[in-house]
Design a protein around this ligand. Structure first.
Ligand code: HEC
Length: 119
């Protein structure tokens, strides 16, 4: 991850609003590939041909830092089907969806973690 990104933290407080907004963005822009629950099983017909296939985001959840997610969502991966979103989404939408991946798509244990740590 480029250094300019590594130093960044999610500027949005983790809140039910941020999660709700992130969920909206996710369902609209990401679920076709990553699946409605983030399991990498999106319904877009092309998904079957993607190599690598869309990441199971529910599994990755909080394992990656917020900055790492924001970076790949913003800039995409030129070597895979992962598009860049910095031209389609506002920064706020990107950081909201980062919250949603790390805390909304994740399982109950992670929810408890999120509540205990608030970041
Ligand atoms: C056109 C299909 C497609 C769409 C739409 C899409 N992705 Fe992806 N995404 C992929 C593929 C394929 C990969 C796996 C290859 C890679 O890591 O580049 C990926 C990888 C990722 C990764 C890297 C995961 C990791 O831990 O390495 C993240 C994070 C991610 N996507 C988030 C999103 C988010 C958030 C959205 C919506 C704003 C989104 N993607 C929309 C196809 C898509």
């Amino acid at each position: 991850m480029p250094e300019a990104w590594a130093a960044r933290e999610n500027p949005l407080p983790l809140s039910t609003e941020a999660l709700a907004r992130g969920e909206q963005v996710y369902q609209q822009y990401c679920s076709a590939c990553h699946g409605p629950l983030g399991q990498g099983d999106g319904l877009a017909p092309a998904v079957a041909y993607f190599d690598p296939s869309p990441t199971n985001l529910a599994l990755h959840g909080p394992a990656h830092g917020a900055a790492e997610y924001a970076w790949i969502i913003s800039e995409g991966n030129a070597e895979s089907a992962m598009p860049r979103f910095d031209t389609k989404l506002s920064e706020k939408e990107i950081w909201s969806v980062v919250h949603y991946i790390r805390h909304g798509l994740a399982d109950e244990q992670d929810e408890q973690y999120a509540q205990a740590h608030q970041h």
